[in-house]
Design a protein around this ligand. Structure first.
Ligand code: PGA
Length: 251
């Protein structure tokens, strides 16, 4: 069976000093939660402090973004190799905030997934429709396009190492969660896409996370769906007790 994966996306919150404190609290609170995989993704600058605080714990560290190139004249950017060297082992790619606020398109997102793989980072590819797209009946078309843009460049062995996070844009930071049935429907569509393009083991083993206003109160019902293999958590991941309640929902 697929082991559940819970990822905390801290977004642009917690400076290195604050991040050290939060990581210390999470380490204590989540030490017994060995039934699932747990990752936290602090801002770039806070990664070293968090890596150091979580050393030899059951919590791994990820980044929220990276540049598509390994090095060069890209002022202000951070490469996958740098993140890996700093101790990150995962990287979120194509979050809807990156797509909407920073103009990332499918092509760039695909290049960034490739950059993760070259650097030895495990990508978490975010996909999801806006409210307007949902209302227009385009959920499957949008999500399929976003997934296929990345997976068409991958062979089966590599594809099976990429985690997908379905995050309906209208559910992110809004307090409005997809119902478990709505999430399951899209997750099943995504797994069906993997089954269509790759040998059966890829769809069987790939983890598909749900994200968008996940809380302690809705985590268990979302995580109980057949094709929901974990959660990508924003706001609630900054509050150790709230994140613990979500992790407990995966037990
Ligand atoms: P949220 O964010 O849990 O605060 O809705 C989720 C995300 O952006 O990954």
């Amino acid at each position: 069976m697929r082991r559940k994966l819970l990822v905390g996306n801290w977004k642009m919150n917690r400076n290195p000093v604050e991040a050290d404190g939060l990581a210390g609290n999470l380490r204590k609170l989540l030490s017994e939660a060995t039934f699932a995989d747990i990752v936290v993704a602090p801002p770039f600058l806070s990664i070293p402090a968090v890596v150091s605080r979580l050393k030899h714990s059951n919590i791994e560290v990820g980044a929220q973004n990276l540049h598509a190139e390994a090095s060069g004249a890209f002022t202000g950017e951070i490469s996958g190799e740098m993140l890996k060297t700093a101790g990150a082992s995962w990287c979120i790619v194509g979050h809807s905030e990156r797509r909407q606020l920073f103009g990332e398109d499918d092509r760039l997102v695909s290049a960034k997934v490739q950059a993760c793989l070259r650097a030895g980072l495990r990508p978490i590819l975010c996909v999801g429709e806006t409210l307007a797209e949902r209302d227009a009946g385009q959920v499957d078309a949008v999500v399929s396009r976003q997934v296929e843009a990345v997976f068409q460049k991958l062979n089966a062995e590599i594809a099976a190492t990429v985690t997908i996070a379905y995050e309906p844009v209208w559910a992110i930071g809004t307090g409005r969660t997809a119902s478990p049935e709505q999430a399951q429907e899209v997750h099943a569509t995504i797994r069906g896409l993997l089954a269509k393009h790759f040998p059966a083991f890829v769809a069987r083993t790939s983890r598909i996370l749900y994200g968008g206003s996940v809380k302690g109160s809705n985590a268990r019902s979302l995580l109980g769906q057949a094709d929901v293999d974990g959660a990508l958590v924003g706001g609630a991941s900054l509050v150790p007790e709230d994140f613990l309640a979500i992790v407990e929902g995966a037990r």
